[in-house]
Design a protein around this ligand. Structure first.
Ligand SMILES: *Cc1c(COP(=O)(O)O)cnc(C)c1O
Ligand SMILES: [Zn+2]
Length: 415
């Protein structure tokens, strides 16, 4: 049984094509893991089998199964990922001075965007008869993959950097994964996961090098296209934070597909935001030559020194007419509390990075008054409460007496 709608895996560097039915991660013509592959589709076939109404009602990303690179006979491993809300954000919009909407991907089953990809990874690993699945992660991919591995009854072994937030490591442990904390950076954990994949034949979910993973991330683009059309307006900007760069690349690919198939009549500009301390994609996009591959930011989910998907991410920015910019850790934490205060949406620092980027883009005149902006909250705030707490005014300690409360709230604000 073949995947009739998937035609090839194409190298993003040399254009060589590979058979989508073999398990291959990167083009062997280039050193290391540089030759990232892109999944190519036959859109006539997809258009013929895709029958869903684009009415804005989305139960899960599997509404777009016709677009996903899985075999017809595959057992789909799902926890109902995707189908996340696109919220109006009236209070935030007032604060910013532009109409802003929030796509809340922190509501995915394990609390982050990556579930869209993990569902595909475990579905494919199982179809290929693999029993062990692995990945390297700054935290969220680990938790996400572990949950889906449990759901699909696969063994899961994950490599995390030694300094990953402990909250993020409890989650995969609860899901039953082996968590291997590597004494080193995310980049070191990443290289090790690639080595074991080559040596032992474990299935590797690493989003940047497993060409099928990004494909699950496309569904956020499909959803945004569908939800915006249902609202009657395509946004001017869609904003994502960037770590490896797969998320923004996937989102753009999904949106573009719907545009090319005439399901929507316009496309947004993509704005990619990185932390100042982990700025490689931004540097590459703007052709800075001071490229620095050390990652230093409290937004741990995007603390990537050597992004694996720079080419795809830069293409998304370029093709969409968008751009990239940076945000400082202070701005990121301020944005996290701003989103919480204004809309009751609790995002983790990497999710808040998109909002921090919007504030900068407004200051710099990149986003103009009158435009519409969608920010994506890629991860749920409860995953890492330590960092955010520093940006709040903290807990007020009081004695158990009415007088203390009275002292706090005396005067005009009382009652
Ligand atoms: C992984 C992650 C990102 C960045 O995605 P990339 O594909 O690495 O660019 C952003 N936000 C959160 C919460 C993530 O977990
Ligand atoms: Zn190649």
């Amino acid at each position: 049984m073949v995947m009739e709608h998937v035609t090839a895996l194409e190298c993003t560097i040399c254009g060589d094509e590979y058979d989508p039915d073999q398990i291959i991660y990167t083009c062997p013509e280039h050193e290391g893991v540089k030759g990232i592959l892109e999944v190519k589709y036959d859109y006539d076939v997809i258009h013929d089998i895709f029958e869903a109404d684009l009415d804005g009602v989305i139960d899960s990303q599997w509404k777009y199964e016709a677009f996903l690179p899985v075999h017809d006979d595959a057992e789909i491993i799902t926890l109902n990922e995707g189908g996340t809300d696109l919220f109006d954000a009236p209070n935030l919009s007032d604060e910013l001075g532009v109409e802003t909407l929030v796509k809340d991907d922190g509501r995915n089953p394990t609390g982050c965007f990556k579930d869209r990809a993990s569902s595909i990874a475990v579905t494919k690993a199982k179809r290929a008869g693999r029993e062990i699945i692995t990945c390297a992660s700054t935290g969220n991919a680990a938790a996400s993959l572990s949950g889906y591995a449990a759901r699909g009854d696969l063994d899961c072994r994950i490599f995390v950097p030694g300094d990953a937030p402990s909250g993020k490591l409890t989650q995969p442990l609860v899901y039953g994964a082996d968590v291997l904390a590597v004494d080193g950076s995310y980049d070191a954990a990443y290289d090790l996961s690639v080595e074991v994949t080559e040596k032992y034949g474990w299935y590797n979910r690493n989003a940047a090098i497993n060409p099928f993973q990004v494909e699950g991330k496309r569904t956020v683009g499909h959803e945004l296209a569908e939800q915006s059309t249902a609202r009657g307006k395509i946004p001017d900007w869609v904003v994502f934070s960037m770590g490896d760069g797969c998320t923004i690349a996937g989102a753009w690919k999904g949106f573009r597909e719907f545009y090319e198939l005439d399901y929507v009549d316009d496309t947004p500009k993509m704005l990619g935001v990185q932390a100042e301390g982990a700025s490689s994609i931004h540097d590459a996009f703007h052709k800075h030559d001071d490229v620095d591959d050390v990652a230093d930011t409290l937004a741990d989910s995007i603390a990537v020194g050597c992004p694996r998907n720079t080419i795809k991410a830069c293409r998304a920015l370029e093709e969409s007419g968008g751009t990239s910019l940076l945000a400082s850790d202070t701005e990121i934490l301020e944005a996290e509390t701003l989103l919480g205060h204004t809309e009751g949406i609790y995002t983790e620092p990497a999710g808040a990075t998109s909002l921090a980027g919007v504030r900068r883009a407004l200051e710099e005149g990149i986003i103009e008054i009158g435009e519409t902006v969608v920010i994506n909250s890629t991860g749920f705030g409860l995953k890492d409460t330590e960092g955010a707490r520093k940006a709040t005014s903290g807990v007020t300690e009081i004695d158990p007496s009415l007088e203390e409360v009275q002292n706090l709230y005396s005067g005009a604000e009382q009652a």
